[in-house]
Design a protein around this ligand. Structure first.
Ligand code: NAD
Length: 464
């Protein structure tokens, strides 16, 4: 089957990026969302999420190879490959809420008019492909021909476009040779390397050594690969955070320890950054969902409980540091840098920064916050409970302390002399370890970070 037109259902962080990237690979794509305001905004040329290279791709392909629609029925009828990239949020018990996936499957079945490949792009628990198949068979009026494939997405917000176009690997879980071949053909511009020879390709990130391999598995294995990968990465973060806590107790430096540990090629340096814990729309929900899957299968995956517990405790430990540094919080004016769950994105879902700000406000602190991209979303979430600054400088002005809560690049190159002059108390609490103690001390700042000794002001040393 020659791939000519693809439907992508969901125009969020994953769906929109996937749709734009498939258009970039030469396919005609219709991206469907049931949020009609979002569809209208996309059709007007707006870019609803902050993502490097996405504006360029939308500009290049919108109304040519890429179209936006609110009609799933039309998309199903005109496309033979349908990617499902809708949300799979957590339920109260940690399980993934698959109702959006189910409703899409039902609508596909109601409109099926020939062979379709339904591709799970959303992160879903093992067995979801079986459930989709079942819903399709129960819903379709007549005999219908289709395959369900799992093609998990590993992109990271902030570098989503390059992650999609230059992935480490492409995982395809297909239970029939026919569906496996269609997905192989679909991704051939990447796996053959032909896209990388194009003159106007999106520039490749550092460290790319060649075209990505495609790993073809069963659908169940592919579903498990995604959950296991995210759980492993979250575990790495919690692990280094636990080690950071020991560093604080014994007076060692987590940055040195992480460098030593991460230089072992069997371990690797990535995701070994101590801080205030992971957040975002994936790790918290995927770890909980994977734990729920395990429990359902009769296996108590206690390691994941510990990963979640360390992550929660890490934020509480930082909160305690703020209290210790400032003595009382009521009425204190705090400058906060960062609200997104990590740098380079406007996503605040499960952001540890937002959770900390909420706790600070609950304890009576007056927060003025700045984030390079997440201000609009944060305003929606926090309303008038805090003030929003237009710049780093405005957030720091007259504050009793400056808090760094997100690892944006611009927060790693602050004008420290200026900050020192602006702060009422020269205190910086850094939940992302963006500075060395020496640098902060050289600027006369008391610096509290994660997994390292706190640098006291010389004249305060005898108080502590
Ligand atoms: P999102 O909330 O940003 O987007 C989901 C979109 O789906 C929304 O625009 C919503 O309106 C739309 N939608 C919901 N029901 C629909 C329906 N019936 N028909 C049409 N559209 C519908 O979510 P996201 O961050 O893009 O994540 C999507 C999935 O991908 C999740 O399962 C997530 O776990 C997974 N994932 C996310 C990331 C990430 O970094 N965000 C990375 C890898 C995988």
């Amino acid at each position: 089957m020659k791939v000519n037109k693809i439907a992508v259902v969901g125009s969020g962080y994953v769906g929109l990026v996937a749709a734009a990237c498939f258009a970039e690979l030469g396919y005609s794509v219709v991206c469907v969302d049931n949020d009609l305001e979002r569809v209208a905004a996309l059709n007007r040329g707006e870019v609803p999420i902050h993502e490097q290279f996405l504006p360029e791709l939308l500009e290049r392909h919108r109304n040519h190879r890429l179209h936006f629609s609110g009609s799933l029925a039309e998309a199903v009828q005109s496309c033979s490959i349908i990617f499902v990239a809708v949300g799979t949020p957590p339920k109260d018990n940690g399980e993934a809420d698959l109702s959006y996936v189910e409703s899409v499957a039902r609508e596909i079945a109601q409109n099926i008019n020939g062979y379709k490949v339904i591709v799970e792009k959303s992160t879903v628990p093992v067995y979801t492909s079986n459930w989709i198949r079942r819903v399709m068979l129960l819903t379709a009026q007549a005999e219908c021909e289709f395959d369900v494939v799992s093609n998990p997405e590993f992109l990271r917000e902030g570098t989503a476009v390059t992650d999609f176009l230059y992935p480490d690997r492409i995982v395809v879980g297909a239970d029939t040779p026919r569906a496996a071949k269609i997905l192989r053909d679909l991704y051939s511009p990447l796996t053959s390397g032909s896209y990388y020879g194009s003159l106007d390709k999106i520039p490749e990130p550092d460290g790319i050594t060649g075209p990505p391999p495609m790993i073809v598995t069963t659908a169940k294995s592919a579903e498990l690969i995604k959950h296991a990968s995210n759980a492993f990465l979250a575990m790495k973060i919690s692990f280094i955070n636990a080690v950071a806590n020991i560093c604080e107790e014994v007076g060692a430096d987590i940055e040195q320890v992480a460098e030593g540990v991460g230089s072992d090629s069997r371990i690797g340096p990535r995701f070994l950054r101590a801080g205030i814990g992971y957040g975002g729309s994936c790790f918290p929900k995927d770890v909980a969902a994977f734990r729920a899957v395990a429990l359902e299968c009769g296996y108590e995956f206690g390691l994941l409980d510990e990963v979640m517990k360390i992550n929660e405790t890490q934020r509480q430990r930082f909160m305690k540091k703020i209290r210790t540094a400032l003595w009382t919080l009521k009425g204190k004016k705090l400058g906060v840098l960062g609200l997104a769950f990590k740098g380079r994105t406007d996503d605040i879902r499960e952001s540890p920064a937002i959770a900390l700000v909420e706790e600070l406000v609950a304890e009576g602190a007056c927060v003025t916050a700045y984030d390079p991209a997440a201000m609009t979303r944060a305003q929606e979430a926090l309303g008038t409970r805090i003030k929003f600054a237009e710049s780093i400088s405005q957030a720091a002005e007259g504050a009793d302390a400056l808090l760094i809560l997100t690892d944006w690049d611009e927060f790693a190159s602050l004008d420290l002399s200026q900050i020192r002059k602006q702060l009422r108390y020269p205190i910086v609490l850094d939940g992302r370890n963006l500075y060395s103690l020496e640098e902060m001390e050289a600027h006369g700042l008391m610096y509290v970070s994660v997994g390292r000794r706190a640098s006291a002001l010389k004249q305060l040393a005898k108080v502590g």
